[in-house]
Design a binder for this molecule. Structure first.
Ligand code: PDD
Length: 287
């Protein structure tokens, strides 16, 4: 069966799908995206992701390429055509195709909409052995709250992490504070059992998984504190973990080669992952 991509109104063969060479996303990273997780044929937190897409588009003054209802339909149609049960739906909107110029096109252009899907192994409640992270200077711009396709600092940080044998990079600001991961939000559990994650401001992406996990943690009566934490504090923490649409709740057992806690997955991350997987199983069944 051919895998489909959706490109500007058409479902096309993923292998040969293409956009114009003067798409502003390609030339100028002038675009935004979303990644919606899928588990057992269910979309996870679809509406919050679409709301964030709406916000990113408004921040960059890019118009919606189709209506929200149409986008919802396209997401489902692509999932069905690709028989996607576990993995993700990728949604990208760029300002469109125009003769190259940094400023916005003066003549109205239609924003370009591309959707793809990606299969992955089913995420289970069991967290596995945990992952290592490596710190990296956060050299990004001051609008990390916008989910743009301009990801070069994230790409370089992730690559440095992978080359050192770590799974994720933790980005560290000028004051030694962890902002977030290259493609995840960062959390620790302190020795006082406080769940700490950086407040969502322009310095990080307000993760949808992060938002959902906050409410799940509240239901479990866990104490959540939204504030910056340093890399040194994280290394002394009881537990650490990252969250994202694709990694759910993923325990971190090593930071820059130093063991977190006793080096095993801790009870808080384990419990939160269980809760998150339960939550993910309650979404709308599409495939
Ligand atoms: N990344 N921070 C950054 C920089 C991210 O790129 C992401 C998501 C997150 C977590 O956000 P959410 O919980 O909404 O997925 C935080 C996606 C998965 C990606 O780029 O593939």
């Amino acid at each position: 069966m051919a895998r489909y991509a959706y490109v500007n109104g058409r479902y096309v063969d993923h292998r040969t799908a293409s956009v114009h060479i003067e798409d502003r996303g390609y030339q100028l990273a002038d675009g935004v995206y979303e990644v919606v997780g899928v588990r057992e044929g269910r979309l996870i937190d679809e509406q919050p992701h679409i709301d964030r897409l709406d916000r990113s588009l408004r921040e960059l003054r890019i118009a919606w390429p189709v209506s929200r209802a149409t986008l919802g339909f396209v997401i489902r149609e692509l999932m069905r055509r690709n028989r996607l049960t576990d993995g993700l739906v990728y949604i990208q909107v760029t300002r469109g195709v125009a003769r190259r110029d940094h400023a916005f096109p003066t003549k109205p252009v239609k924003p370009a909409l591309v959707l793809t899907t990606k299969n992955a192994k089913r995420a289970e409640a069991e967290p596995g052995p945990g992952v290592a992270v490596k710190s990296h200077p956060d050299i990004r711009w001051e609008r990390c709250d916008i989910k743009t396709v301009a990801l070069l600092p994230n790409v370089l940080a992730k690559q440095a992490a992978r080359e050192s044998g770590a799974y994720e990079a933790w980005l560290v600001d000028g004051q030694g504070r962890v902002t977030e991961g290259a493609s995840t939000n960062a959390w620790i559990v302190t020795q006082d059992n406080e769940l700490v994650t950086r407040q969502s401001d322009n310095g990080i992406l307000a993760g949808i998984t992060r938002g959902t996990l906050k409410s799940l943690a509240k239901d479990l009566q866990l104490k959540i504190v939204e504030r910056p934490f340093t890399l040194a504090e994280a290394k002394q923490a009881k537990e650490a973990f990252v969250t994202s649409a694709t990694s759910f709740v993923l325990p971190v057992v090593k930071i820059d080669g130093e063991t977190v806690g006793d080096g095993n997955v801790g009870p808080t991350a384990r419990r939160l992952r269980e809760e998150y997987v339960r939550f993910a199983s309650a979404g709308e069944q599409v495939t």
